[in-house]
Design a protein around this ligand. Structure first.
Ligand code: UDP
Ligand code: MG
Length: 433
C-alpha cells in the first residue's frame, strides 16, 4: 500500500494562480494524495474557478466564511491549516499556497526519501522564486537552496517546500494543543513559527533538488505589508485587494466613491495598497458620498475648504474648521491651491468653527495642521492633534507622502510640541528563536 500525502492549499483571492497550483497537484507523478483547498472566503471569481475542480474525489473544499472585520484576528492561513490537519488522513502532510506550484515529481521524490529513512520526519527541498511586477512581467528570479540538515529552519525554508509525517505533527499538537501558531503577530512568517515547533523535535533533512516554484506578486501579503505602519495616519487613502477605496479618517475606514474622490480633490496616485486584514481591522465609518454636501459636518478631515466668493481658506480637522491666517501661512505649509474644495457659503457655515487659527509654524502658540509632514534635525515628523509623530523615510514613501514636501522646523521649536507614538514599521524576524 502506498501511503497517502495530504496536501493543504490555502487560498485567498488569487484566481489566476490558484488554477496553476491545483493543476500542479493533479499532474503529480505520485497519485496517492488528497488535496484540501482551504478557501478564506475569497471573491466569486476565485470560488468559481476552484469549483470546477471539485469533481475529483481526492479534492476537498472548505470555505471559512470569515467576516472581513474578523480577518486580522489570527494568522489566517495558520488557522486554516490547523482546521485542515484535523480533517486529513494521510501519513504525510505537505503545504501549498495559491501562488506556488509543485513540480511533477515533488510528491514522489519526497515520499521515497521519507520511506527510506524511518527516523526522518521532516524533509525540505529547493525552490525557484520568481518575482512579478504590476504588469505580470517577471523581474527577478533566484533559487532557495537546500543547504544541509536544518536545526533552525525558520526563515530558511519556505512554507511550500516541506513535507512531514503526521506522527511529528501529532507530537506538536500534544505539546501545544494545536499545530501551527496562528497568533496574528506571525502573519509574516507563520511557517517559521511552525518550523520552530518542529525543530524542537527534529531537524529538517534536505533534498537538493528544485521541487516547487514560488511566485511573488505585488499583491502578496509580504509585499503589501512592507513599510505599512501599525497605525495608518488619518487622511491616508487605502485599498485592499478589491477595488473599493477607503479614507482613514479618525482611525475609521470610510468608503469613498470615485466621484467623491474627484469632488474632494483627492489624488488617485495617493492611494496606498495595504493587506486586507489590516484594512478591515479599521471599523467602518460613515461613507463619503453625496450626503456629505447635505451634512457638511461629515466632510472628511484634512481637507482645505473655501467659499466661492470669500478669500478665507479653512482646514478641517477634528471635524471643525480652522481658519488659515493668510496666504503666506498657506504657502508655508506647502498647501496647494488645486487641493482647495470650493463649497457653498452656507455649507461652510454649518461646519463647527474652531476658535483657533492656523498660523506660521514660527508662532509657538499656533496649532499645527494635522497630517502635515515636518523635518527637523534630519528627522521627519507627522503632526496630529498638535503632537509630532516621528516617521521613517521608507514609511513616508510607502504612504505616498513626499519627503520633498516636508516643512523644515527650526530645532528650537521642537520642544514646544509633545511627541506622539511613532508611525513605524517593524519587521519581526523568527530567524533565531
Ligand atoms: N491568506 C489567507 N487569508 C487572507 C490572506 C491570505 O488564507 O486573508 C493565505 C493566502 O491564500 C496564501 C497565504 O495566506 O495561501 C499567504 O498569503 P500571501 O501569498 O498573500 O502572502 P506572502 O506570500 O506574501 O507571505
Ligand atoms: Mg505568497
Amino acid at each position: 500500500m502506498k501511503p497517502i500525502v495530504s496536501i493543504i492549499l490555502t487560498s485567498y483571492n488569487k484566481p489566476n494562480s490558484i488554477v496553476k497550483a491545483i493543476e500542479s497537484v493533479i499532474k503529480q507523478t505520485y497519485t496517492h494524495w488528497e488535496l484540501f483547498i482551504m478557501d478564506d472566503n475569497s471573491n466569486e471569481e476565485t470560488v468559481k474557478i476552484i469549483s470546477s475542480y471539485l469533481n475529483d474525489p481526492r479534492i476537498h473544499y472548505f470555505n471559512s466564511q470569515i467576516k472581513e472585520n474578523e480577518r486580522y484576528k489570527s494568522t489566517r492561513y495558520a488557522t486554516l491549516i490547523n482546521e485542515a490537519i484535523l480533517k486529513t488522513k494521510g501519513k504525510y502532510i505537505s503545504y501549498l499556497t495559491d501562488d506556488n506550484i509543485y513540480l511533477p515529481n515533488r510528491l514522489k521524490v519526497m515520499v521515497n526519501f521519507l520511506a527510506q529513512r524511518k527516523n526522518v520526519d521532516v524533509v525540505y527541498s529547493e525552490q525557484r522564486v520568481i518575482y512579478f511586477d504590476q504588469n505580470g512581467k517577471c523581474v527577478k528570479e533566484h533559487i532557495r537552496k537546500a543547504q544541509g540538515v536544518q536545526y533552525r529552519a525558520a526563515g530558511r525554508v519556505d512554507h511550500c517546500s516541506v513535507m512531514h509525517t503526521r506522527k511529528i505533527a501529532d507530537l506538536v499538537y500534544k505539546k501545544y494543543g494545536n499545530y501551527w501558531n496562528d497568533d496574528p503577530q506571525y502573519w509574516l512568517n507563520g511557517d517559521a513559527a511552525f518550523w520552530n515547533r518542529l525543530n524542537e523535535l527534529q531537524p529538517f533533512h534536505p533534498i537538493p533538488q528544485i521541487l516547487d516554484v514560488a511566485w511573488k506578486f505585488p499583491e502578496s501579503f509580504q509585499r503589501l505589508n512592507a513599510n505599512v505602519p501599525k497605525n495608518i495616519p488619518n487622511g491616508t487613502l487605502v485599498r485592499g485587494l478589491s477595488n473599493e477605496i477607503y479614507l482613514i479618517d479618525q482611525q475609521k475606514r470610510r468608503l469613498i466613491s470615485n466621484e467623491m474622490l474627484q469632488k474632494l480633490n483627492y489624488k488617485i496616485e495617493r492611494i496606498v495598497k495595504i493587506p486586507d486584514p489590516f484594512l478591515f481591522k479599521y471599523e467602518e465609518g460613515t461613507p463619503i458620498d453625496e450626503n456629505i454636501f447635505l451634512e457638511p459636518e461629515k466632510i472628511p478631515n484634512q481637507r482645505l475648504i473655501k467659499a466661492k466668493d470669500s478669500p478665507s481658506i479653512y482646514l478641517i480637522q477634528n471635524n471643525k474648521k480652522y481658519h488659515i491666517k493668510n496666504i503666506n501661512v498657506f504657502k508655508q505649509y506647502h498647501f496647494k491651491v488645486d487641493d482647495i474644495v470650493i463649497l457653498e457659503e452656507d455649507m461652510i457655515s454649518k461646519i463647527p468653527d474652531s476658535n483657533q487659527t492656523i498660523d506660521s509654524v514660527n508662532n509657538t502658540k499656533s496649532i499645527l495642521p494635522d497630517g502635515v509632514l515636518f523635518k527637523c534635525n534630519s528627522q521627519f515628523y507627522l503632526a496630529f492633534n498638535n503632537r509630532l509623530h516621528s516617521i521613517e523615510k521608507d514609511v513616508i514613501n510607502r504612504l505616498k507622502l513626499s519627503v520633498n514636501d516636508a516643512i523644515v522646523m527650526h530645532p528650537s521649536l521642537l520642544s514646544n510640541y509633545d511627541k506622539g507614538e511613532p508611525f513605524s514599521w517593524v519587521k519581526k524576524s523568527l530567524f533565531v528563536k
